[in-house]
Design a protein around this ligand. Sequence first.
Ligand SMILES: Nc1nc2c(c(=O)[nH]1)N[C@H]1C(S)=C(S)[C@@H](COP(=O)(O)O)O[C@H]1N2
Ligand SMILES: [Mo]
Length: 394
Amino acid sequence: MRLPTVADVERRMPRPDDFGSRARGTALTARVGSALGIAFMICFLTGLWSHVQYATPAWLTLSPHPTQLYRWTQGLHIVSGTAAIPLLLVKLWSVFPRLFIRPPRGARALVVEALERGSIAVLMAASLFVLASGTLNIIGWYPWEFSFRRTHEAVAWVAIGSLLVHIAVKLSVIRRGLGEPIDDAADDVDPADVDPFDPTRRSVLRGALLASGLAVLLTAGQTVPALRRVSLFSVRPGDGPQDLPVNRTAKGAGADRTALDPAWRLEITAGDRTMSLSRDDLLAMPQSTHRLPIACVEGWSRNATWTGVPVRDLVALVGAAPGGDVVVRSLQTKGAFASSLVVGNVAKDDRTMLALELNGETLDIDHGYPCRLIAPNRPGVFQTKWVNRLEVTT
Ligand SMILES: Nc1nc2c(c(=O)[nH]1)N[C@H]1C(S)=C(S)[C@@H](COP(=O)(O)O)O[C@H]1N2
Ligand SMILES: [Mo]
């Protein structure tokens, strides 16, 4: 048996022209690509903002204002990422025949071609990874061992870096494509040659944008109340007690017994001064009520009415001046997010509180009974539930 030669393989391999569709071409690719580029940029910047909340650089002071900012940026992150998925698929469809372009002859041209194809391969792989891992994070499925947050961020940098290189390399082609008409009427084709089942450029572009909009409608309801009923893929209303979703239950956190224990006390410390309060002690203090959001990094967010004792009043009991950083600890014994840091700027805001009531009722145990932290403009993961300790650290 004779092994196939390179020439045999070449002969059998399809050529770009074998995938004839009149819709493919720079006019379509440039338009879908531009929409995709905008979605990626919004997604990257809002994602970066989220990472800043986790690992805040020393020069930046997080503010409790605007109250809904994190909710908006997180919602935009999910919406732009979701919108990007159909756009990416159509973009891939529009260019994949180019994979079969024969490599050029000559060492120099070959190196340039290899670099270009390599950078596109990196861009593709990184884009597919961030979109897929983000989607799995939304549905709360983690079929991997690595840290979602750090890996998602690292690969996002790779994606955005290779995207910028790609745009720079293709700038003249993109410009030309955007200048080309989208309607086939401008083409010099004999109507007799047209396959009636072959979509036009305009219909593919329209389809891509429609699919993208539909994907947004199906998910945005987890952030936009008006869309809740149409968002089949999002967290459903009423899927948690007191009309608020629950990520980790008291049982899941190993806090279900201690949370209901009548011996529960809130410990407050500043230096060597300490104070211990029962839930009745907390209820006897002046209460404040505010409408504040929970904005989960997994994609959902919801406003609710919270009533409780401002953190600044609590730390004042141990003589701490307002403006110090406060570590909030909980009864949780299993898993991450058992504690969080409230920076001084946020701790002194009069809306930052240990909530005892949610929507006018005693806090449900899965929402953090006996008390939970709630503060404005803050990722949901840091709204610590089942709190039993406040430590003023500065
Ligand atoms: N102690 C503790 N608090 C926690 C969590 C946790 O796992 N442990 N999860 C957080 C996350 S990820 C979110 S989004 C909110 C959800 O609040 P809810 O369950 O009251 O809706 O609680 C936060 N508080
Ligand atoms: Mo969350």
